[in-house]
Design a protein around this ligand. Structure first.
Ligand SMILES: [Zn+2]
Ligand SMILES: [Zn+2]
Length: 349
């Protein structure tokens, strides 16, 4: 067998890459090139990252740094089987050192490179945070309730809904989907929103959960590039009734379990379930709340009717036996006295 030589360096070799030995072949090739110092722009307020010419949502700082190195690295265009390891180490508030370890093949010849690069964060306030700081908003969502003050629970829920709607839109890249300010007032909550679109989305999401109505009122606030600029106020009204309200609907008396687009509850006379589209209800009136119920003695159970002792007059009153009643005669039950008569209230209401 004849010994083979590299024509370039003259050394013995069995394997040739483009007619030279491996050493000569990879000597002039660079697996990757990466600047020794790189810069990454991050918003100190919200953590948004500036990349590929625009601001985008916050991500893990370590990942941002790694990605910055990856994007700034130029790889030899003939590599295959790349095995790239990047590890970032924070040096101080604004500096990271990233160790690059890359293994690959160029035309089949194994090559490896190890290198350190430094990434410096330049802290710069993003477009959204600048807007918020400047008091910018395009709409106000005013959450109120029909003929009552919204409950604390409802307002808390609305706030959670508004914030998660904004977060979801921001994740999808809508930089104007921010809530600039949330004002809690005696009669409800006002959300100042960065875009009209977000205002609509929040209204829709709240109504999806609670039901209710919106009225929009646009107000001209100026002009931008020759176009009229509007600010829209969304007056959102949560439905009149909440869980636990006892209402009369036509000739029925209902304890409300859920109120939204539909009102559902229990018919207190029969004990049957009740559900109706809110807008289809004609004669609706609130009588009292289930919390207003008082204790009374169940005197007798006659199957279709029961006798209850009126706690004020000590008279026995006969009423229909609701399906949900499980108490035995002699037991105490909860009743409400309304303008429509006396009704038993289920224990769980
Ligand atoms: Zn050689
Ligand atoms: Zn920001």
């Amino acid at each position: 067998m004849t010994a083979l030589f590299c024509p370039k360096c003259g050394k013995n070799t069995d394997v040739f890459y483009e007619n030279v030995c491996k050493h000569c072949f990879i000597k002039d090739r660079k697996l990757l090139e990466c600047p020794a110092v790189l810069f990454s722009k991050i918003c100190p307020v919200c953590g948004s990252v500036y990349k590929r010419g625009k601001w985008s949502a916050r991500e893990d700082e370590n990942e941002t740094i790694i990605e910055c190195v990856k994007e700034s690295s130029k790889f030899d265009n003939q590599i295959s089987n790349l095995d790239l390891t990047l590890s970032a180490k924070q040096l101080d508030y604004s500096r990271y050192r990233v160790h690059i370890d890359a293994k690959a093949k160029i035309k089949g010849a194994p090559v490896e490179i190890e290198q350190d690069t430094e990434v410096r964060i330049s802290w710069e306030t993003c477009d959204t945070c600048s807007r918020i700081a400047g008091g910018y908003f395009e709409g106000i969502v005013q959450v109120r309730a029909e003929k009552r003050i919204p409950t604390k629970e409802e307002l808390e829920n609305c706030r959670n809904i508004a914030e998660s709607v904004a977060a979801r839109s921001q994740e999808k890249g809508d930089r104007l989907a921010f809530i600039a300010k949330t004002e809690e007032l005696g009669e409800g909550t006002d959300f100042y929103v960065g875009s009209i679109k977000l205002g609509k989305q929040i209204c829709r999401a709240i109504i999806e959960v609670f039901g209710g109505k919106i009225t929009e009122s646009p107000k001209l606030v100026g002009q931008k590039n020759g176009e009229d600029l509007y600010r829209i106020t969304y007056a959102l009204r949560l439905p009149e009734f909440v869980r636990g309200d006892i209402i009369s609907v036509d000739d029925k008396v209902i304890v409300v379990q859920n109120s939204g687009k539909h009102v559902s509850g229990i018919d207190l006379e029969t004990g049957k379930r009740f559900i109706e589209n809110f807008n289809d209800l004609m004669q609706v009136k609130k009588l009292c709340r289930s919390q207003d119920a008082v204790s009374a003695v169940l005197v007798a159970d006659e199957g279709n009717t029961i006798q209850v002792m009126d706690p004020d007059t000590y008279e026995s009153i006969t009423i229909k036996r609701p399906e949900f009643l499980s108490a035995e005669p002699g037991n105490e039950i909860k009743i409400v006295k309304t303008t429509k008569g006396i009704f038993v209230v289920p224990d769980n209401m």
